[in-house]
Ligand binder design. Structure first.
Ligand code: ADP
Length: 251
């Protein structure tokens, strides 16, 4: 679904210098795969997601994305404060020109899936951090994209809320629901700085190095699905895998 070869992104630096934000990076993500990327701050994780989302162009190398319009969920609170919960979730459907009846049915279904039906008319300032992230999740999910790119979506949440949201994301994803291919799960590329989060969510964890940002380690996560992020921590393999990732992250 996503193939990058020798992908490089540079930016002009001060005094005519060049800042290499990413690469050369090789990456392959299969359709329906859930891949987490961990790596030190500044190694180019956001840059990679922006390139895949088409918000930025690579400086060199090749990038193929086998789906139209991947959806990117940004870090932190990405809700629109001037729109209600309903209108936040409806927004991408308006952009895509969906009719009103189609929008209404998709939005109410999606709000029910993330447990926000009773808050449809609330504004983001009336919601907790976890609820705002649920709105962001619903807004990303509602247009049924094949590819979802998530940039530390739960990074600003407290530990307990983070685990609840991980659980909800897994429930959404593990239950295949794409209209045109009901057996196919979405392809998710999820950036996180939290090793336990990567192990709870991913089929495969990729570790990126800093300067130059490239993939230096890959780990297949053996846990069966459906997963429960809390129960997983009791699995004796969890500690071993977390340790292996810490080792790979060592500077
Ligand atoms: P990460 O998401 O891993 O923290 P980023 O992708 O945000 O890393 O940034 C990678 C590197 O590229 C950093 O050194 C950052 O300062 C630099 N960078 C990112 N965007 C720009 C930009 N628009 N102009 C100049 N440098 C940038």
């Amino acid at each position: 679904m996503i193939t990058a070869r020798q992908l490089v992104k540079t930016y002009p630096g001060p005094d005519g210098s060049t800042i290499r934000a990413l690469g050369p990076l090789d990456l392959q993500v299969a359709a329906g795969e859930f891949v987490c990327i961990v790596g030190p701050s500044g190694c180019g994780k956001s840059t990679l997601l922006r390139l895949i989302a088409g918000l930025d162009q690579p400086t060199s190398g090749s990038l193929e994305v086998g789906a139209s319009q991947p959806v990117l969920v940004f870090q932190g609170d990405s809700t629109f404060p001037w729109l209600t919960v309903h209108d936040n979730v409806e927004y991408p459907l308006k952009l895509r020109g969906w009719s009103e009846p189609e929008r209404e049915s998709a939005v109410s279904r999606q709000l029910a899936l993330v447990g926000l039906s009773d808050f449809a008319e609330a504004y983001p300032y009336q919601l907790s951090g976890g609820m705002k992230q649920r709105v962001a999740l619903a807004r990303a999910w509602v247009s049924d994209p094949q590819v979802l790119l998530m940039d530390e979506p739960f990074g600003a949440l407290d530990e307990q809320t983070r685990v609840v949201l991980q659980n909800e994301l897994l429930k959404l994803w593990e239950r295949p629901q794409r209209a045109e291919s009901p057996t196919q799960r979405k392809t998710i590329l999820f950036v996180t700085h939290a090793i336990d989060e990567a192990l709870a969510l991913a089929d495969r964890v990729l570790v990126m190095s800093s300067a130059p940002g490239r993939i230096v380690h890959e780990l297949r996560v053996p846990f069966a699905r459906p997963r429960d992020p809390i129960q997983l921590k009791r699995d004796p393999r969890f500690g071993e895998l977390a340790y292996a990732l810490w080792q790979a992250l060592k500077p």
